[in-house]
Design a protein. Structure first.
Length: 51
């Protein structure tokens, strides 16, 4: 039972650190798809109206 008194706060702290790291990466723009946006203009997604 004494182990839970240590493991619960440790897991909460580690989860909070992971959440902070994730939010930091989202705010810094590391998940932006700059290469996909520039290549999207080259794709021909138009379909003929006759089909």
């Amino acid at each position: 039972m004494n182990v839970l008194l240590v493991l619960i706060p440790v897991s909460i702290v580690l989860g909070g650190l992971g959440l902070c790291a994730f939010l930091w990466t989202v705010r810094s723009g590391q998940y932006d798809d700059a290469a996909g946006t520039s290549a999207r203009i080259l794709l021909d997604d138009d379909r003929p109206d006759g089909d």
